[in-house]
Design a protein around this ligand. Structure first.
Ligand code: ADP
Ligand code: MG
Length: 466
């Protein structure tokens, strides 16, 4: 069987059913199972049949790749079983559709521009390059979530949806994006969409306001793999849930993969409509718990290995035994220590570790494991920029205040589990869009590798965790 694209002689009569072809599809469906078949098997159409060859057609090369890579053997054996006259099966990519796709590409670009214009904050759906499976340390408390994520990366509809839940800083976003990376790596053309439920909500509201629902629908419903983070933030508004429900159903029915993350299991998300909750529970729900000691050590070792800095095992043990419930804080501690050591050219010794991480060693250890508050971030920022917290929250827009304000909004987003609205509220009752704007601004600078901003963020984190 060859999967090359060759010119064929006879065209199959349009609309007319071909019995043997139907039989073959039935055979193929029963061989790989209905669920798998629904992914892309339903897209197989008979293009033409000649004396020595049967040509099938699929809309995109992505579909062809999927079918041949994943089900090549099954296609082969089913075909031989039905077409006993030694014909060859060939799969081509629908040319007409391809042209169509090109046309759509322009349309896509145009739509994208429109979308960008309409939603200035709709960018940055890109995946964090560091959040890969390779960088993920597997331990007993995250192994089920990890295995399930790997399965989805193999076959996006393995569970549909996969629902991962767990506390702050335990690797949910990391796993979600790792799935996205893997799929992109294997099928470059796959349309992978990563979005937080909050951003999704904001975009819907914006689209409604600007009567731009068409672009909005286009944006999401053309997705092959839909990764939705922090679903607990999906707004209670009917329209947001309604639109999410439709997007979910449409993707699901078209055999596209859906993965959701949340800080709690579906039945505890009280804001969400029953019918949506039912959808979430339709697939497989798996949790991530705080890492055990061995995993914490392994995570620290991995980060150290990546940074190339030498840190004695004893220091690693000190950090691992004192920061127990949040991997982001674990990283923050290590970061803080290595930054301090490099700024003062000191060696990283257990003494230095104890001294610098004293907060974490105190008997108020409980407290250090508590999530950071926005106030703590504001205080650290104010002190670093010689401002008062009051100024940070004020309406003043001079650059000397506006920039630190943006930085601390950015950090509030990164380091706490607060929604845009909550952060805006803490910054003098600002609108959520102001926070999104601030986040975008800082991200832009980081994307440009602005070293001043990078240093400021590092120092701020340093201050925050001190
Ligand atoms: P969540 O989304 O659950 O709040 P994140 O995925 O943002 O948590 O993880 C917080 C930080 O910890 C990230 O920098 C992430 O790379 C890191 N992290 C989490 N779990 C692991 C792990 N198992 N191995 C390595 N790094 C991890
Ligand atoms: Mg997250």
């Amino acid at each position: 069987m060859g999967f090359t694209e060759q010119r064929k002689s006879k065209q199959a009569p349009p609309g007319k059913k071909n019995k043997r072809w139907e039989e073959f599809l039935e055979e193929f469906k029963s061989e790989i199972g209905k669920r798998q078949y629904q992914v892309f098997g339903t897209l197989l159409e008979l293009e033409r049949e000649s004396d020595d060859e049967v040509t099938a057609r699929v809309p995109k090369s992505f579909h062809k790749e999927w079918l041949t890579e994943k089900h090549g053997d099954a296609l082969n054996s089913c075909f031989e079983k039905i077409y006993t006259d030694q014909k060859n099966l060939d799969i081509t990519v629908d040319n007409k559709e391809d042209n169509g796709l090109d046309a759509t590409k322009e349309k896509q670009e145009e739509d994208l521009q429109n979308v960008k214009r309409s939603f200035p904050f709709a960018r940055n759906t890109d995946l964090n390059p560091g959040y890969t499976f390779d960088n993920f340390v597997v331990g007993s408390t995250n192994e089920y979530a990890y295995t399930a994520s790997r399965a989805v990366a193999e076959d996006p509809t393995s569970y549909n949806p996969l629902f991962i839940y767990g506390g702050v800083g335990l690797g949910k976003t990391h796993l979600l994006q790792a799935i996205g990376h893997k799929i992109k790596q294997r099928w470059e053309q796959a349309n992978v969409k990563y979005v937080s439920a909050e951003k999704f909500t904001n975009e819907i509201i914006q689209a409604l306001m600007e009567k731009n629902q068409k672009e909005f629908k286009y944006r999401y419903r053309s997705t092959d793999l839909f990764l939705v983070d922090d679903i607990q933030f999906l707004a209670k508004t009917d329209r947001a849930q309604e639109e999410f429900f439709h997007t979910f159903n449409e993707l699901y029915e078209n055999g596209k993969g859906i993965v959701l993350c949340s800080d709690r299991p579906p039945h505890e998300i009280s804001k969400i409509e029953e019918r949506l909750r039912n959808r979430f529970e339709m697939g497989y729900t798996v949790d991530i718990k705080p890492p055990d000691y061995e995993t914490r050590v392994a995570i620290l070792q991995k980060k150290i290995q990546q940074s190339g800095i030498v840190v004695p095992q004893e220091v690693i043990n000190i950090i691992a035994s004192n920061v127990t419930s949040n991997i982001r804080v674990l990283e923050g501690c290590l970061n803080r220590l290595t930054v301090t050591a490099s700024l003062s050219s000191e060696e990283i010794t257990p003494e230095l570790a104890r001294q610098k991480l004293s907060d974490y060693m105190d008997d108020n250890r409980q407290q250090t494991d508590k999530p950071l508050t926005i106030q703590q971030i504001q205080e650290a920022t104010a002190s670093q920029f010689d401002l008062s917290v009051k100024e940070l929250k004020s309406k003043k827009r001079t650059r000397s205040i506006a920039f630190p304000r943006q930085l601390s909004m950015y950090l509030a987003r990164e380091l706490t589990n607060s929604s845009y609205a909550e952060i805006g509220e803490e910054f003098g009752g600002r609108d959520h869009s102001t926070v999104i704007h601030a986040e975008n601004k800082i991200e832009e600078k980081l994307e440009e590798s602005d070293s001043t901003v990078e240093t400021q963020i590092r120092q701020l984190k340093n201050e925050i965790y001190s």
